[in-house]
Ligand binder design. Sequence first.
Ligand SMILES: Nc1ncnc2c1ncn2[C@@H]1O[C@H](COP(=O)(O)OP(=O)(O)OP(=O)(O)O)[C@@H](O)[C@H]1O
Length: 274
Amino acid sequence: MMQANTSPELSAKGSNAAAIVSVQGVSMVFPNGTVALKDANLEIAQGEFISLIGPSGCGKTTLLRLLADLIQPSSGTIRIGGKSPEEARKARAYGYVFQAPTLMEWRNVLSNVMLPLEVMNFPVQERRARAERMLALVGLEKFARHYPWQLSGGMQQRVSIARALAFDPQLLFMDEPFGALDEITRENLNLELLRLWRETGKTIIFVTHSIPEAVFLSTRIVVMTPRPGKIETVIPVDLPQPRTFETRETTRFFELATAVREALRKGHGYEVTE
Ligand SMILES: Nc1ncnc2c1ncn2[C@@H]1O[C@H](COP(=O)(O)OP(=O)(O)OP(=O)(O)O)[C@@H](O)[C@H]1O
């Protein structure tokens, strides 16, 4: 298995000025001494779909939070589109989708999607037009006047995705967005997310505990292991696009799932869902 920081693919990408995300020698040690991330190296090209997978505590959320400038690294360098995470945050370079939909119960769906545009002072007409476009993109245009409590969990998460995309960020960070959903809903949303990814050309960084989900969605899978949190390896996923329900039944899909499972075992990461 290739090591993340010695992978020929990564070093090739490392010299690629077009990388939209560059993580070099990044460590995160919390004040209580927990080494949440140790010497992480990762280069992500524009338009990739990257999954971060690994057991609880391996630093997946920490890595996303570092990229999003919610926390600052103890050492190392992060660049987002050539900018520091702080500059990228101020330039609205990314949208963030959390595990729970975090919608405002007293606002209807349209008004939830418009919220970030209000905060950013977009003109009223444009707020509405953009929010309607985003709702159509996630297939919820007929639910614009509904309230969050009137929607299923999967629909609420689609609203969150529409909201994260409303201001047209280049990057989408998604922290286990489908973790709380049933398997069928999750598989449908996986397909929808891939369609959205193809149509918009966004770069997506997606945290998951599920091996099949990571294999199905990704162009590359970053396998992380705990104590200390680190990138164990990066596995390129060469399944053809566009992916379909049948993709999951191919031999190559099973081979890749096995490769991910072995990489997780190598780092003693057992707590993954099948
Ligand atoms: N603010 C904090 N202070 C101290 N330790 C923290 C803090 N945030 C995270 N940690 C620790 O850092 C390690 C990595 O946490 P992180 O949340 O990044 O893991 P994860 O891979 O996302 O886990 P999960 O799959 O459970 O969400 C864990 O040991 C966690 O307890």
